[in-house]
Design a protein around this ligand. Sequence first.
Ligand SMILES: Nc1ncnc2c1ncn2[C@@H]1O[C@H](COP(=O)(O)OP(=O)(O)OP(=O)(O)O)[C@@H](O)[C@H]1O
Ligand SMILES: [Mg+2]
Length: 405
Amino acid sequence: MTQRRAIVVADSAGSPDMVADALSRFGFTTIVPSPRLDQALGRLRAEPFDLLIVPLHRIEPSQLAMLEREIRGRANLSVIGTAPTADPDLILRAMRAGVHEFLVFPPTQQDLAAAVERLIIRGGATDHSGQVIAVYSAKGGLGTTSIAVNMAQAFAANDTRAKVALADCVFTGGDVRVFLNLQPAYDISDLVDKLDSVDGALLTSLMTQGPMGVSVLPSSEDPVMDDAFDAATVGVVVDQLRANFDVTVIDCEHHLSERTLAILDAADRIALITQPNVPSLRSTQRTLSLFRRLGYAETKSCVVLNRFQSGDVFTLSMVAESLKHELFWNLPNDYRTSVASLNKGISVSQEAAGSKLARSYGQLAAKLRGAAAPRDPVRPATAAAPERSRLRSLFGLTGRSPSVT
Ligand SMILES: Nc1ncnc2c1ncn2[C@@H]1O[C@H](COP(=O)(O)OP(=O)(O)OP(=O)(O)O)[C@@H](O)[C@H]1O
Ligand SMILES: [Mg+2]
């Protein structure tokens, strides 16, 4: 069982023995008492915790704002607030600050256990950490969006219990909404607007239902919004998706900016798309070499050869040899089915379930889900506010971030 850690401010959950009993069945092995909220928040900044319990009636408005800032962006932290009476105004203020559950003080062991259980079911204090798969190619037109869309559909079809998200991180003017003929009420710019207060329920409500129940986060249609998507913001979006979905598939921009790098860093696996021709393979060679310099594990990069057909000048072994990298998968060339599906705004398996291409997307999704990717030997810095642009330092540049193609 996962070992969880809780921090309890000023005995706000009742007697320490009762709290230990209530929490132990959920795998809490460390329960840290903290006399004051500011001390507890200090520990939270320094060490990971899954649960925070606070006495709401003893928290000043300025402290509530401080609490809100700390909760923000910590998708895996659950917060329970307690107070001697169930004052609706107090509860509302607490919920707005990001507190997940309210209990009348002192809670019974059953009430406390039930609240923690609800949080675990909702995914708040769970070890819920979904798989994030970035679909990327430095060159355009190789099939990145087709693969992202159809792979997300295939993940959901392969495991109907899995919560699957598809995010269009071609932040403005991306194609996912067109490929799936969606008329979304909201898009990624609405999520970024609400990033301070986002939780699982809000995130889901901003997403649009796609094929097989895939939750789609479309890109913005407003080019003016483009600057809103910086690396730190994008890092938080990916964290939220990971915390709330079993699998998240991300269609990435081809331009390798800091924000795309933030996604690639955070991803468990990168489906690196290429095709059996010289320009595509050259571009993929350069990308793989860059990934090595970034410290990514070899197994993080899953090279997917798209539009392969027997009789191609390049055989599979020639492709692997030229890339000095194992081929993870190859998808057959089937332009008719591919283009018919995207023209109709449906997935390939909705267009032609029995086609080789539909089956191959399903097998690719199964293989990606199968073995967990090992961690990078050198885990790159997280997306949030890098001290110095990693791209610039990688290329020894001092000016603007370069585009790497
Ligand atoms: N396996 C395939 N067989 C045949 N055609 C394919 C296949 N995969 C994708 N295509 C076709 O390739 C074209 C480009 O696909 P797609 O838009 O998915 O690529 P992209 O890399 O996302 O392009 P962009 O640079 O616009 O982002 C489309 O016309 C699509 O139908
Ligand atoms: Mg695309």
